[in-house]
Design a protein around this ligand. Structure first.
Ligand code: FEO
Ligand code: CA
Ligand code: CA
Length: 516
């Protein structure tokens, strides 16, 4: 019997039920009572399971200093410790909703205001009595926006230029071993549209910024590396161009740096980059996954006659990486989103959020086991780690983070206009789940927090002591047609504000220490 059929056969009704491989192996465990869990909800509030509490760290529009403000639609959060009680956070500002900025009319004035809302924020935070807060006016506090000039780290020009104007669409990201952050430019086409290799427009810009600025879309869709203390950034052309969700970095047994990254678009691909160096991601070799073959296929023009035939040089391959990936036989996937390394096994987990074209509404988490557990290997096996659906109680897994006990904290992203509708009826608003892999309740999934209306949680990030989980609440009320018809008023009443929240509490401590 297939795993999924078997789960259905068991009649697992919702979260809080045993779904681990233990159960599949026939280990008979009676459900232990008193497992805290939330029922699905469509309320316009941040709901928390018993044993968790929350506080808002930053809201959209909060002043970071006399000049800079916290941008819109915060996403990825990265933590860079400065001392035991102070740190820098990098926070992506992925997108804008013109309804909440200055209005949907397309004027240069409105577009310029929107351009200031995206990019990222670097902020200093300090901890007093286990409570983190913003250090307003810290010399570290700064914004990167869609106006910030950023060089390409590549020996050749990209569409005639060595620099890009700004970064935007930063979704999730990653860390490097040398203390920088990676921010991944995802749905850049909503800002600047998209063209194919022949220059034909294949996606129109939804925000129509391109009516006011002649900026090539090829300058976006890159992984951006940022120094936390200076804000100095560069676009890593080496990792190729696509709707990058995140970049997860680790080391091969050889010591070389390996970065995994997925293209969050229906039937796009999963990539791996093996650096030439142990201290840089600027040059190396790019591969794409064939699940059928269990192989990483080279995207180097010198290795692939078909690429040699269709592209002038490696720079073209990097810019139109999707097209190159298809030519070499990459496996189309169900929107690869976040990537994390399982601390218990070393496996690479990838959320495949959904694929509406293939009628896969609930998504899954894919497990990749590299040969010899070596990220530098070019062979791997794969299987489904967890499947979304009515049985497991979650739909559309997206961002993930592990705690030191191997418990998997993950968020979901059902589109705002689909929440509670059709296949998503009964799932409630998007939520934060924990797949417990240690302690008495090993193998169960709990719904730990529920987002306000039309929001998704993104960017889960633990403080180094695991006493605080930083979490973005992104796009509450995103379907609001106007300021007079708000679909969410979270968090303060009135205009909804994307915000960073901090979760703490005895339940967080118990789970992350394996004592639940
Ligand atoms: Fe910005 Fe794929 O989520
Ligand atoms: Ca995402
Ligand atoms: Ca998402």
């Amino acid at each position: 019997m297939k795993r999924r059929d078997f789960l259905q056969f068991l009649g697992l009704a919702s979260v809080g039920t045993q779904v681990s491989t233990q159960l599949l192996a026939g280990v008979d465990k009676l459900p232990t009572p008193h497992l805290p869990n939330l029922a699905p909800s469509l309320d316009d509030k941040l709901s928390l399971v018993e044993g968790l509490n929350s506080e808002i760290l930053l809201r959209w529009g909060d002043a970071l200093n006399s000049v800079d403000k916290f941008g819109f639609n915060n996403d990825f959060i990265a933590f860079h410790p400065l001392s035991e009680s102070s740190a820098l956070l990098w926070v992506n500002h992925e997108s804008v909703n013109p309804v909440f900025i200055k209005g949907t009319q397309r004027t240069k004035e409105n577009v310029d205001l929107e351009r200031m809302e995206v990019g990222g924020s670097i902020i200093e935070i300090k901890k007093e009595k286990n409570r983190w807060s913003l250090v307003k006016n810290s010399p570290y506090n700064r914004r990167l926006t869609s106006f910030t000039e950023i060089p390409f780290a590549w020996p050749e020009k990209i569409m005639g230029s060595n620099t890009a104007i700004g970064t935007l669409a930063g979704c999730a990201g990653g860390y490097t071993p040398w203390g920088t952050f990676l921010s991944c430019e995802e749905n850049y086409d909503m800002f600047w549209g998209e063209r194919d290799r022949t220059g034909k427009v294949i996606t129109q810009s939804w925000l129509r910024w391109n009516e006011f600025y002649k900026i090539p879309p090829e300058h976006y869709g890159w992984v951006v590396e940022i120094e936390p203390k200076t804000g100095k950034a560069k676009k890593l052309v080496s990792l190729g161009r696509c709707a990058h969700e995140c970049a997860a970095v680790t080391k091969a047994k050889s010591g070389k740096i390996v970065a995994y990254t997925g293209d969050d678009t229906i039937n796009q691909h999963f990539y791996k980059f093996i650096s030439d160096s142990e201290s840089s991601l600027e040059s190396g070799k790019l591969y794409v996954a064939s699940l059928e073959k269990g192989e990483w296929i080279s995207l180097n023009i010198e290795d692939q006659p078909i690429l040699k035939k269709n592209f002038k040089n490696q720079t073209e391959v990097q810019i139109w990486m999707r097209e190159a990936a298809k030519m070499v036989g990459a496996t189309p996937l169900d929107r690869p989103e976040d990537i994390e390394f399982d601390p218990l096994t070393g496996n690479v987990l990838v959320t495949l959020t959904n694929n509406k074209v293939n009628k896969n509404f609930y998504g899954s988490i894919l497990k990749i086991s590299e040969k010899d557990n070596d990220p530098g290997s070019l062979k791997f096996t794969h299987e489904t780690f967890l499947a979304g659906g009515k049985n497991t109680g979650f739909a559309c897994p997206d961002n993930m983070v592990f705690d030191p006990k191997g418990n998997l904290w993950f968020t979901t992203d059902v589109a705002g206009d689909a929440i509670g509708q059709g296949p998503y009826e009964g799932f409630g608003n998007n939520a934060l789940y924990v797949f417990l892999r240690s302690g008495t309740h090993k193998g169960k999934i709990i719904r730990a927090a529920i987002a306000p209306k039309e929001a998704e949680f993104t960017g889960p990030c633990f403080s180094p002591d695991y006493k605080t989980l930083f979490l973005s609440v992104q796009h509450p009320g995103e379907e609001s047609p106007s300021l007079q018809e708000l679909t969410s008023q979270w968090p303060d009443g009135g205009i909804p504000k994307p915000s960073v929240v901090m979760l703490q509490g005895p339940l967080l401590d118990k789970i992350t220490s394996g004592n639940l």
